[in-house]
Write a protein that binds this ligand. Structure first.
Ligand SMILES: *Cc1c(COP(=O)(O)O)cnc(C)c1O
Length: 442
């Protein structure tokens, strides 16, 4: 067993070493500051604190309550909400809490974006159903009936008129906006009005774009008509892996609270609540600057790749208004392969990004395992201090692999050299902190 422990440690070290020499471009990922890591590695991780702050089921919670109160206050300040539940242990748990609170137990009905258009697995009927069956102890034992909103492939956004028709005909209880492939703000105002016409609640899944929203960019769902907004805390928001649910509906607070606990949670990973409180503090201080740069970098990377001959979607709209861009790689099918193949090639060059299904794949019959697209995000490289000129460097390295068909091992050497200049985490209070240094403390 001792050998296995050494082996695990070895893998962790190697992983850190690899990532410290790579360009991290996965759109759903980010990196936390040392202050956040430190909080996540405290005794809070050993403790239980079921229930709401001040009303715990366990003893020993007096400092835990203080930290959780700060976390809720900071989340409310960041999102300009009156109710912030920082207990959901992930974005999915926050979504399930929202479903349980806002749809009925029997044959509840929801409209949302389909998964193949960029919705999340937790928006799928099978997941929403099994999620409720497995976890739904708040009297929710039945699945959701889901009708997908209409999507406009040319605009890479929801089709307002066609979606309005679907909402009016289907009469859902909840209309959910947001998704995982998310270039442009969703028409929350326009379709939210239609939702209210049929008596539906409006939800917004901000898992990907929470940081952009909190810092005042992208869109402002709670002011555009959303009753509830859910999020992951580790994508554009650079916190530990966790979730949050926010709302401005005073009349819904009790229901939302009780649909989280006792329903989908027992303990809620208190160390991550502590780390999250620090991440909210960091973003209240540095988020305006950081998230502007994230979006500027996404546009700049789109532009630089486009100029080098890669096909970036939505050029006529400036590629994106978020932290993501999408690349159409179908034309390389006969040379180096499709999205899955290119993902592997780039990975062997230490450029980490992921394949993505594009609307064109659906028409041409390609599978999500090896689709015709790539999704690239700029949250993490921005946090490592990169700006527009580095986006040009990254585009050049990607071009060498994809278009010039250079040996990935050669490009990898270039990536390693490039990354040497970007080893510190920015937009946080502890300014000189090296990424991936944790294990050196052991
Ligand atoms: C990532 C994501 C989630 C939830 O992810 P967790 O891993 O559970 O935090 C939910 N919705 C969308 C749209 C996402 O992209």
């Amino acid at each position: 067993m001792k050998n296995l422990v050494a082996e695990i440690r070895e893998y962790l070290m190697e992983h850190h070493d690899w990532f410290s020499k790579s360009i991290p471009l996965i759109a759903s990922e980010n990196i936390t500051s040392h202050a956040v890591d430190e909080a996540c590695n405290t005794d809070f991780s050993h403790r239980y604190a079921e229930g709401w702050s001040g009303e715990r089921v366990y003893a020993g919670c007096k400092y835990i309550d203080k930290v959780e109160d700060i976390c809720m206050n900071l989340a409310n300040k960041y999102f300009k909400s009156i109710h912030a539940d920082v207990r959901p242990i992930s974005g999915v748990v926050a979504n399930l809490t929202m479903y349980n609170a806002l749809t009925s137990d029997n044959n509840g009905k929801m409209c949302c974006m389909s998964i193949i258009r960029g919705g999340h697995i937790s928006h799928g009927p099978r997941f929403a159903k099994s999620g409720r069956e497995i976890f739904g102890t708040a009297g929710t034992t039945r699945g959701l009936n889901i009708e997908y909103l209409a999507f406009d492939n040319d605009e890479m956004n929801l089709d307002i008129d066609a979606s309005a028709k679907i909402i009016r005909e289907f009469e859902p209880e909840l209309v959910l906006f947001g998704g995982s492939v998310f270039l442009f703000p969703h028409p929350v105002k326009e379709l939210g009005d239609v939702a209210k016409e049929v008596g539906a609640y409006v939800g917004y899944d901000a898992a990907h774009v929470a940081g952009l929203i909190g810092s005042g960019y992208f869109q402002d769902p709670l002011r555009e008509g959303a009753d509830v907004m859910t999020l992951s805390t580790h994508k554009t928001l650079p916190g530990p892996q966790h979730g949050t649910l926010v709302s401005n509906r005073e009349d819904l607070i009790d229901r939302l609270r009780s649909c989280a606990f006792p329903a989908l949670l027992s303990n809620h990973h208190l160390h991550n609540v502590a780390g999250l409180a620090i991440a909210y503090a960091e973003m209240l201080e540095f988020g305006k600057e950081y998230h502007k740069k994230v979006i500027d970098n996404a546009k700049a990377l789109g532009q630089a790749l486009n100029e080098r001959g890669l096909k970036i979607l939505m050029e006529h709209k400036g590629f994106t208004k978020s932290h993501q861009i999408l690349v159409d790689v179908a034309e390389y099918e006969k040379s180096i392969g499709l999205g899955g193949d290119i993902e592997k090639l780039l990975e062997s060059s230490n450029i980490i990004l992921n394949r993505n299904l594009l609307p064109r794949d659906l028409i041409e019959g390609r599978h999500y395992q090896n689709p015709g697209g790539l999704r690239i995000g700029t949250s993490e490289v921005t946090r490592l201090g990169m700006g527009k000129s580095e986006m040009v460097d990254i585009a050049e390295m990607i071009k060498k692999v994809v278009i010039d068909k250079k040996d990935p091992k050669k490009v990898k050497e270039e990536v390693i050299e490039f990354r040497k200049g970007f080893q510190e985490i920015h937009y946080c209070f502890d300014t000189s902190n090296k990424a991936y240094e944790y294990l050196k403390f052991y």
